[in-house]
Ligand binder design. Structure first.
Ligand code: AMP
Length: 219
């Protein structure tokens, strides 16, 4: 599905790094301007958070993510909107942009939150909360978890977002090492040696995946 090229690259790379047995149950968190999660069992995707369109799943830079369908009906009736106008708002003016009232860029939101902007703190907390919910749900889908992988702009670069997502997930066997978590944009394990789940940062490489697929098709 959407972000499928990234999920495929990252989950394959995780299996290469860990070996098939230790990466049998993998959750990939592609967190960027657009965000999605996938549940991968033995190299095959079982579930992914986006749907017919990229609007579904966790809140994103400007997309609302999962909402009660009746929100759309309410917006259309309340503001006399057409379906297209309503979806335009849900796709382009919602998510952390609307929650923070500042920006769709997580760097701007983190800076403002650190300066005391409460709406920005709420936007970051809401994002982490929804990602956490998907991790819990996909751990159930997979019957447990071997590896949790962070990728894309936010996933590769934001140590604070990775930490807040993993906070409170110790009961699932997820234990982050704060020092290792300081990594940015590089392949690295960020969990403690005694963490049951190996937590990775794996930079995505959609271009390489596309090139490899093209080469395979041209053979
Ligand atoms: P992508 O869509 O994968 O290119 O990711 C873009 C998003 O990653 C933007 O919202 C950026 O603000 C975010 N991003 C990039 N670097 C950082 C960083 N150091 N801390 C927080 N967010 C970041």
């Amino acid at each position: 599905g959407f972000h499928g090229t990234s999920h495929r690259f990252v989950s394959k790379r995780c299996i290469e790094l860990m070996g098939a047995e230790k990466a049998s149950r993998v959750i990939v968190c592609h967190l960027g301007n657009g965000s999605s999660l996938s549940a991968v069992k033995d190299g095959k995707c079982q579930d992914t958070s986006m749907g017919l369109s990229p609007l579904a799943g966790v809140p994103m830079g400007t997309r609302a993510g999962d909402i009660d369908t009746c929100v759309a009906q309410y917006m259309m009736n309340h503001d006399n909107l057409t379906a297209d106008e309503c979806l335009n708002i849900l796709n382009k003016k919602s998510g952390v942009l609307a929650l923070s009232g500042v920006s769709s860029d997580f760097r701007d939101i983190e800076t403002a939150a650190n300066e005391g902007n409460e709406d920005c703190r709420l936007a970051l907390d809401k994002f982490a909360y929804e990602v956490k919910k998907y991790i819990g749900s996909y751990t159930t889908v997979l019957g447990g978890l071997d590896c949790l992988v962070f990728t894309a702009g936010v996933g590769e670069n934001s140590a604070t977002m990775r930490a807040s997502i993993c906070e409170g997930l110790e009961y699932l066997g997820i234990k982050i090492d704060p020092e290792k978590n300081k990594t940015r944009g590089e392949e690295a394990i960020i969990s403690t040696p005694d963490s049951k789940v190996t937590v990775w940062v794996i930079p995505t490489n959609e271009e390489l995946m596309i090139a490899q697929d093209t080469a395979a098709l041209c053979k």
